[in-house]
Write a new protein. Sequence first.
Length: 464
Amino acid sequence: MRSAEAVAGVVDETADRRREQRGWYWYDWANSVYSTSVLTVFLGPYLTSVARAAADPHGFVHPLGVPVRAGSFYAYTVSVSLLLSVLVMPLAGVLVDRTGRKKPLLGACAYTGAAATTGMFFLGGDRYLLGGALLVVANVGFVVSSMLYNSFLPQIATPDERDAVSSRGWAFGYASGALVLVADLVLYGAHDSFGVSEGVAVRICLASAGLWWGAFSLIPLRRLRDRRAATAPGSGAQPDPGRAETGGGPLGQGWRQLRGTLRDMRRHPLTLSFLLAYLVYNDGVQTVITQASVYGSEELRLDQTTLIMAVLLVQVLAAAGALLMGRLARRYGARRTILGSLAAWTLTVAAGCVLPARAPVWFFALAAGIGLVLGGSQALSRSLFSHLVPRGKEAEYFSAYEMSDRGVSWLGPLVFGMAYQLSGSYRAAIVSLAAFFVIGFVLLARVPVGRAIAAAGNPVPDRI
């Protein structure tokens, strides 16, 4: 009888875990449209055009009295939003790890970001400051909710499942982005037939991404469940009941938690080494994602329809690429597969530096190369890191991971914007990105991942 009950319990636990995994995929489906339609396609060129409309005769706008070249405003705003995310993520991490109430905070961040994105419908004329403010709020909501979402992964998937579960999540996201981009392409390409101007069509595409994000966030918020805050066995990190009373408020507690996390990571130097490698190569990935449409429209002189079709190609191939690289990881290990993707990233970015202007075919070829490696490199990095997290510290460690993922990725857009500010050429900015991938490759190749997993107190999968 006990044996039958044990088997039934294992079956029920597996079924519950599968149900949570299916719900978890839907947040990738919900928020990836923001990343694709807003950050990658429409907002960069559109906000740049709004800033140009507000610029002085020399081509500068003056937010808070600071002279900024209109063509750099979008890149600088992305950097500001990511720096602000660095301030918010430690607070979110400490709240979750102390209370275990991850799902309500995920919902609050998701709906704040979705509301700001929907508000972009009102961005028009020369209201570049409104656009910048909405971008900052939306991006902070996106980054922090992504951190919370990622931290569910080690709780809902066993070590041997994580590469596949993470890859499926990314595939869901890219499929969602592709589906919405098809609708955006129809609306934008035939805006006259719908009785709206080109600018209004862009604003509808921006706002619809926010509505999509909010609507589909309901599914993971229903299926995921909170877990009581736990402490990793043997970590030496015990809850401090008096810490909340030591002053400084929640934000101060968040920064103390972050410092504590970094100190704890010193006990896991191989985990820290992986984060350093990821910080470097992911900065290149995030800069490509956020600045590709500006580079295509401003430097390569491609129209918006071409950009939409190129990003749509990226979405389709990235969904397939995430699944393909998930299979490669099962055969060759996640680390080797990521290293291969970084080599491909280096070649792709180098090719992008010499693309001729007004040549859509070559731009589509570049998009295909990006699509094949984009989803897999991100998905496998997430699943690989999940093996390096001590049990019970998921949210605080994924807070540090998300800082590497997006919160520290302000450097790439900042360099991109400064290069244009100083040179007036976007090619000068794109050239530097290959260095991120080369350095990241070298740093990751030096990390003995199997030893790192064992040092974190986790079981080592057969292939890693």
